[in-house]
Design a binder for this molecule. Structure first.
Ligand code: TRP
Length: 348
């Protein structure tokens, strides 16, 4: 008997091959919390990948995780505005609502109802030792940990399993979350009969882009370049980005994080190797670097921003995309909940 466990990286490589062979066998579940505008870190980290999977023929579900805004803060602010911004971003980058489903948590009651039977399948001790929850609690803005924060990997299991998603694109740090989803699916199937797939992580090597202040680019830290920023805003943000005193530009992420992150951004935007980009700028210093980055970001983003502006002219259409996605998600969630109730004895 083989006791070799497949590493997530190796598993991801296998999955990529299988996706190419039979994309129709996969349903991707992914999404964002509507806590702020999506930025270039999201674009190169995950958004780009969603469109790639959609284009390969995979069925993609994108959740706007509005309930999860409340995991690390007391109130969800500017929810409508941020949600509409996300919709614009998704459409602008090429998520096609005819093929992919965009929906939000709070509009899909049956999804949320799954949380109750799922909570019965996990222990408090298990949630307590989840490293991702620990980390997110450490960064939380709340003085006390809410029950929603504590149980949100289970809520995420409901997000993934309500539509029988079997592929979840994640970064390394999200693997413990997916483990909770896999445990929930496995235990439900063992206890009540097989209803759910055990979803796989599709690891993506998200490039670490720093914000303009030299810390991780983040929706809520005010240090990011939004997808929807104008060319002028982009130029201003990059002009203010943190660099260092050394004139010669190199790509050395460990020792020169600020400069290297800018080099990386230019490289990602132009599909080039960061070392080559750095070498080309060489003795041009921070000013030349910033000019290069601004030019690279603005030309890469120009078509996306133009589409975004076009969609923004027709918010009626943009809202209808979410309404239609919610309708589809509700139909899927109702069907899954009916199956769950039947499996559990038809009384819950
Ligand atoms: N928690 C994810 C985030 O912080 C968003 C999310 C909610 C999600 N539900 C999900 C991602 C299900 C993948 C699968 O961005």
């Amino acid at each position: 008997m083989s006791t070799v466990t497949t590493q997530p990286e190796q598993r991801t490589a296998e999955l990529e091959t299988r996706i190419r062979q039979a994309p129709e066998r996969f349903r991707v579940m992914t999404g964002d919390r509507p806590t702020g505008a999506l930025h270039l870190g999201h674009y190169f980290g995950t958004l780009h990948n969603r469109v790639r999977l959609q284009e390969l023929g995979v069925d993609v579900f994108v959740i706007i995780a509005d309930y999860q805004v409340l995991t690390d803060r007391d109130v969800a602010e500017r929810l409508t505005e941020i949600t509409e911004g996300l919709l614009l971003d998704y459409l602008a980058i090429g998520i096609d609502p005819a093929r992919s489903t965009i929906f939000n948590h709070s509009a899909v009651p049956a999804l949320n109802q799954l949380m109750l039977p799922f909570l019965s399948l996990v222990s408090v001790a298990e949630l307590n030792r989840n490293p991702t929850v620990k980390d997110e609690i450490a960064h939380s803005r709340q003085s006390a940990v809410s029950g929603l924060m504590f149980t949100y990997p289970v809520h995420q299991a409901a997000d993934i399993l309500f539509c029988k998603g079997n592929l979840v694109p994640v970064g390394q740090d999200q693997l413990p979350h997916l483990e909770v989803t896999r445990s929930v699916a496995r235990r439900f199937n063992e206890r009540y009969g097989v209803v759910f797939p055990e979803p796989d992580a599709l690891l993506s090597a998200a490039p670490l882009l720093l914000g303009t202040d030299g810390t991780k680019m983040s929706k809520s830290r005010g240090n990011s370049i939004a997808l929807g920023a104008t060319a002028d805003e982009t130029a201003r943000l990059i002009r203010g980005a943190k660099t260092d005193a050394e004139r010669h530009i190199t790509y050395e992420p460990e020792t020169r994080p600020g400069v290297s992150s800018l080099v990386l951004l230019a490289a990602l935007c132009t599909d080039r190797d960061p070392h080559a980009v750095a070498e080309e700028i060489g003795g041009g210093g921070a000013a030349a670097l910033k000019r290069t980055v601004t030019e690279a970001v603005n030309s890469r983003m120009a078509p996306i921003r133009a589409r975004r502006a076009e969609y923004a002219q027709d918010m009626g259409y943009v809202r209808s995309v979410l309404r239609a996605g919610n309708e589809r998600a509700n139909a899927v969630a109702d069907a899954t909940l009916a199956e769950v109730r039947a499996a559990m004895g038809g009384v819950l």
